[in-house]
Design a protein around this ligand. Sequence first.
Ligand code: PMP
Length: 432
Amino acid sequence: FLSLPLQAKMSRPVQARRLEGIDKNIWVDFVKLAGTYAKVNLGQGFPDFPVPDFLLEALRQALGGNHMLHQYTRAFGHPPLVNVLGQLFGKLLGRELDPMSNVMVTVGAYQALFCCFQAFVDEGDEVIIIEPFFDCYMPMVKMAGGTPVFVPLRPNAPKDGSLMSSADWQLDPAELASKFSERTKAIVVNSPNNPLGKVFSQGELELIAELCVKHDILCISDEVYEWLVYDGRQHIRIASLPGMWDRTVIIGSAGKTFSATGWKVGWTVGPDRLMRHLRTVHQNSIYHCATIGQEAVAQGFQRELTLYGKPDSYFVQLPRELQRKRDMLVQSLVAVGMKPIIPEGTYFLVADISEFKSEVPDVPDSDEPYDYIFTKWMMKNKGLAAIPLSAFFSETSGKNHTNFIRFCFAKEEATLKAAIDILQKWKEEKTS
Ligand code: PMP
C-alpha cells in the first residue's frame, strides 16, 4: 500500500447515470453575472424587503422561549405547524383534514416537489409539464427516471393592440388532451405560474381535472404563490374540483407566503394514500426540518387564521402592495419600449424585448439565444438584471421563445425606483 504514488487519482466514472444531462443551471451563471455587473437586480425571484414584524417577533419568541425548540421535533412536521396548516387548508378546501396524515412539512416547496417525483415516478413514466415552467420540474422528473412531456401555454395577442395579460397565454384543449396516454403518471400544475404570472381560470383547471380523472392521473399542484393574485382575481385550488382531492398533492411555501424565502419552510397537503409515500421519501432523505422556523411559521399562520379576510391580514396587504409595484414597473417598461405581459399573480413580470434587436450588438460565433444575449447586454450596459424567459422552456420550445425576459417586482420601493431611474435614463438616451 505504501508503495502507491501519493497522487494516485480515481479513474472510474463517478457520476451516477441519473445526473446525466441535468447539470446545467441558469441561476448559477446569472447570479454570478448580476453580482458582477448589475446595480439593480430584478432577476432573482425573492423579496429584498423585510419579513413582516409579526413573523420576526414569532421567531424572537421561539428563539428565546422553550429551549426544546432547538431540538428535533416530529419528523413529518412540527405539531403546531401541521395543526394550523390542517385548520387553514381544511377551511380553504371545505373538508376535514387530519394534520398528522394530510399535511407534511418540507424544506421549502423545492423538497416537496422532490418528494413527489421520487415517490410517484417510475422509470418510463411520463409527467406532463405546462410550459413555461419553474425550471426544476424537468431535472427532478428526469432524476426520478421519468420522461417530461411538455404542453405549451400559447400566447394570443389582443386584437386591439393593448398590452397582453398572462390570461392571454392559454392551453389548447386538444393539444393538452393529446399528451395524456397510458404512460402518463402525473401532471404538474403551477397556478399562479412562475414565470408568466398566469392564474389559471376555473374553466382551465376543470379541463385539466377532467383529463386527470379520465386517465386516472396524479396532479402535483405547485401553489406557492397562492396568496399573490391581483385585480380581484381568485386563486382556485384544483384539489377542490370534483374527483381531484384523491389524486392531488398541494405544495406551498412559507418563503412566498411570508416573504421569507431563506427560511425554507414548505409543505404538502393531500390524501393519506398519497402522503404516506411522500413520508417514505422524506424519512429516507432529509428526515426532519429545522424546528425553530416551523414554530415561527406556525405562529404566523395562527395570526393569519385569526385575521382571515380582514384588512390587517398579510394575505390581504401583501398582494395589494405588490399590485401597486407591478403597475409602477409596467409603466416604466412601456415607456422604454418593452411590452410587459401584465401578470395576474406571482411577483414576476415577463416583458417582450423584440423591439430592441437593433440596439443590442450581435455576438459573433455565439449560439446563445437572443434573450440570453439581451439580458447579459442589459446587465453590463444598463446595470439592470433580469432572467431570459427561454430558460423556463424545454430546449425545443425555448428556441421559439427568445423575445422575452422575466423581472421580479417583490422589491423595496428604493430598489424599484432605482430600476425605474435606469429605464427612464435609457428612454431619454433613445429619444435624444
Ligand atoms: N415552486 C415555484 C413555482 C417557485 O417559484 C419556487 C421558488 N422560486 C419554488 C417552488 C420553491 O420554493 P421554496 O423556496 O419554498 O423551496
